[in-house]
Design a protein around this ligand. Structure first.
Ligand code: ATP
Ligand code: MG
Length: 135
């Protein structure tokens, strides 16, 4: 199987709680290679562009406020089946429902403050990588 890419964000709650290293260790243990990585703060424009697909949803304003509230770590990750595998180890959107051993189960708080973002499809990953890292 060919190697492909996905985008991962370590969200402000997990950065504030000093979980960057633990989360990256989990990713590397699952054979994700880090192709690009940066510590950054999203501004309003960038967060709205990144989450364009959620515009108009009831949680959009809360999401954008949360994602611009502090530093994040953005990563471009590579392995075989990266999107499916990352979604699996990230767990349910709601940290309280996230399966034992998943990243959100370990480090998330609730449905909004859930520690990590993972692209949900190849097209989305390509879009998100270009928004964060450029073409
Ligand atoms: P992500 O896109 O961050 O990997 P996801 O694909 O599991 O998460 P989405 O439905 O794409 O979930 O929602 C994007 C993000 O919006 C969620 O990760 C969460 O931070 C926030 N969110 C989603 N639903 C809610 C909600 N009902 N209340 C508060 N925040 C929410
Ligand atoms: Mg999503």
């Amino acid at each position: 199987m060919a190697k492909e890419k996905t985008l991962c964000l370590i969200k402000p709650d997990a950065v504030k709680a000093n979980h960057i290293g633990e989360i990256i260790a989990i990713l590397e243990s699952q054979h994700f290679s880090i192709l690009k990585m940066k510590l950054m703060k999203m501004n309003l424009n960038l967060a709205e562009k990144f989450y364009n697909v959620h515009k108009g949803k009831p949680f959009f304003d809360e999401l954008v406020k949360f994602m611009t509230s502090g530093e994040i770590v953005a990563l471009v990750l590579e392995r075989e089946n990266p999107i499916g595998k990352l979604r699996e180890i990230v767990g349910n959107t709601d940290s309280n429902l996230a399966e034992d051993g998943t990243i959100r189960n370990k480090f998330g708080t609730d449905k909004g403050q859930n520690a990590i973002h993972a692209s949900d499809a190849q097209e989305t990953a390509n879009y998100e990588i270009s928004v964060i890292f450029g073409k």
